[in-house]
Design a binder for this molecule. Sequence first.
Ligand code: FAD
Length: 471
Amino acid sequence: ATTLVWFRSDLRIHDNTALAAAARRGPVVAVFLRCLPQWREHGHGANQLDFRQRGVVALAEALAGLNIPLLHRDIERFDEAPATLIALARETGADALHFNHEYPLDEARRDARVMEAFRAAGLEACGHHDAVAFAPGELLTGKGDYYGVFTPFARAWHRALTPERLALRDAPPPQPALDIAAEPIPDLPPLEERPIDGRRWPAGEGPAGDRLERFLRFRARHYAGQRDFPAVRGTSELSPYLALGMISHRQCLQAVLAENDGALAEGDAGLAAWVNELVWREFYRHVAAGFPRVCRHRAFQPHTEALPWRDDEPGFLAWCEGRTGYPLVDAAMRQLVATGWMHNRLRMVTAMFLTKHLLIDWRRGEAFFLRHLVDGEFAANNGGWQWAASTGTDAAPYFRIFNPTTQSRRFDPEGRFLAEWLPELADLPAKARHAPSPEQRRRLGYPAPIVEHKAARARALEAFQGLKPAS
Ligand code: FAD
């Protein structure tokens, strides 16, 4: 009998737990179910759908090198997954299915139904916890609850980590050729919006590994000091690859261990700071699994559901299109739309601007980000948005509202990032780019601020102060 491996957001052959486990049983057949309508309903836009598509093509090539055929099916909805996979198992003579878990609610439910269907059909189905060091539920507070705050989670993560949890799974050796042919991967049908140029984000394990290597060689040791400056390429830009599993967190952490004398939390400050971000990634996955209300568009902190979000279509559009009159916010939004990626500092600044200065519901910003991000990932995106809106875990205290002009002076002191994304301001002296005068704005065709910082801040404070505290 063969074993089916169902690939989803783990598009790689190296260090893939499900693939390694399946290959130990015998011959493997790979499957990919493309579920465009439901992915679109979940809010993913052309940038990520295109990146994923190219990732599947790269995966099929890598699998072909191991004589593992990849079978491809288009389905409309997750509900079709059980029957489609059972039919594929019958066609290929498989007696088992292996896959790596995904944690958001709809994905987890889909997987549970697939497991039930396989068992009911007398076939084996096995889910692996591959994208995290600890499966959700393995790290709990003293009271037995999921962590709702990052720092104690991170402490528990480091304390409980053993070398086995980060052990790399070997890519399987090539198997004898099967008489099952790989299927061509149908092109992506035309989407409403055009994806950004794919050369910016070459897909697959090769490009992901190259990026990791370059980051470690040139940037990782400066990460702690440079990660907040958007004009500096100080971060790894690995997020799209991690989101779709073209590289694993274990591969990243093993590379750190090799560079850092076997340490993760200590040793080089840059490497330790980077590890901390990978722990944030895992934290938000546990939050999505442990507090499923966040997967239903609900606030992590229920009492914040009563916030009087404003209905402000012109304000929302100005934010989306990078014309709020706050240069750092506008430059960031233009970076997002043009490249499918935004620097982390700017994700915080723009998310806080939308939710605090404009008092617009975080869910609208969350959806806009997901539509554009190549790295769009439910758990991290939702976690980041709820953090900025002060409705989430570790909620930013609502009264600590970033001043976008101060953030600009602090994190883009030479105005280089502003000049890159707002060419209309590039001729101003660097210092003037952060807050051009009314005369300069008129002359350069750059809008006046759509809200005044102090007044907007006061409005946000009032909205939050009106909330009844959590009981
Ligand atoms: P690096 O600084 O090199 O970090 C390494 C990796 O750690 C990242 O690739 C990512 O996988 C992980 N990581 C880093 N920061 C965070 C974080 N705060 N939370 C969770 N994981 C993190 N990240 C996504 O992957 N997908 C998203 O959809 C997403 N949406 C966000 C929305 C908002 C409002 C905010 C504030 C943050 C969001 N992030 C998201 C987290 C973070 O901004 C990006 O992961 C990071 O900017 C990616 O760049 P990098 O790969 O160079 O990161």
